[in-house]
Design a protein around this ligand. Structure first.
Ligand code: IMP
Length: 215
């Protein structure tokens, strides 16, 4: 059995990750480690940020007193939205898209990020509003710090609507309609999203890698 430290405080992501990886593993999250350092996501690729976060946290765990016993991996994901008409923006800046414009610090509320995205796309017609969510998950070994840190990626293609719809999910979900559907991720509900999403697709690659190592 692995203990998997899911390096996020986003409860939507924790639920999605656990439901896909199943009950072969023991799960912990950053909520179990209140003293964990805040890792600055300053790389210009999703993979760069995911690897940085997974490795910094595994080094922190290995140096401390309360590292759980046994085989321990830190799973860190970095994800975001790429909009073709904006040359791939907001990309790695998805969480702080509105703040980048206003000069504010840190991440922005989802409603402000969505409002900026709609403003940027105001003159773009439906056929050019293509976009995708992308996710990269890095798995760092918190016992053998010399082990390689593999990455697993996934994407979900779709388009950006003209106004938000739906109450579910988080982030850009109310604006994103996945290919083959007419409703946003926020309307489609967790079960459907968890089948289609960028994170689901990355997790479907991570799952056999983990299981092959369970022996
Ligand atoms: P991070 O991976 O937590 O850094 O996420 C970056 C940002 O991308 C989030 O704050 C959201 O704005 C956006 N994002 C990532 N995944 C999703 C998703 O599944 N739905 C909606 N927005 C997402």
């Amino acid at each position: 059995m692995f203990t998997l430290l899911i390096a996020t405080r986003n409860r939507h992501k924790v639920g999605e990750i656990q439901s896909i990886l199943g009950d072969l593993h023991r799960y912990m999250t950053l909520a179990d480690f209140p003293g964990a350092p805040e890792v600055v996501e300053d790389r210009n690729t999703f993979a760069g940020n995911a690897v940085k976060k997974a490795q910094e946290l595994s080094r922190w765990l290995a140096a401390g007193q309360d590292r759980p016993e046994g085989r321990l991996l830190v799973l860190a994901d970095d994800s975001g939205l790429e909009v073709d008409a904006l040359n791939g923006a907001p990309g790695v800046y998805s969480a702080r898209y509105a703040a980048l414009e206003s000069g504010g610090e840190g991440n922005s509320p989802d409603s402000e990020n969505n409002a900026r995205l709609l403003r940027e796309l105001a003159d773009i017609p439906t056929e050019h509003r293509t976009a995708r969510f992308r996710c990269v998950i890095a798995a760092a070994d918190a016992v053998d710090l010399e082990a390689e840190t593999p990455t697993f990626d996934g994407a979900c293609e779709g388009r950006i609507e003209f106004e938000p719809a739906g109450e579910g999910g988080f982030g850009y979900d109310p604006l994103f309609v996945p290919d083959g559907f007419e409703q946003s991720f926020a309307e489609l509900g967790e079960e459907t999203k968890n089948r289609l999403s960028h994170r689901a697709r990355a997790l479907e690659k991570l799952k056999p890698w983990l299981e092959a190592r369970l022996g």
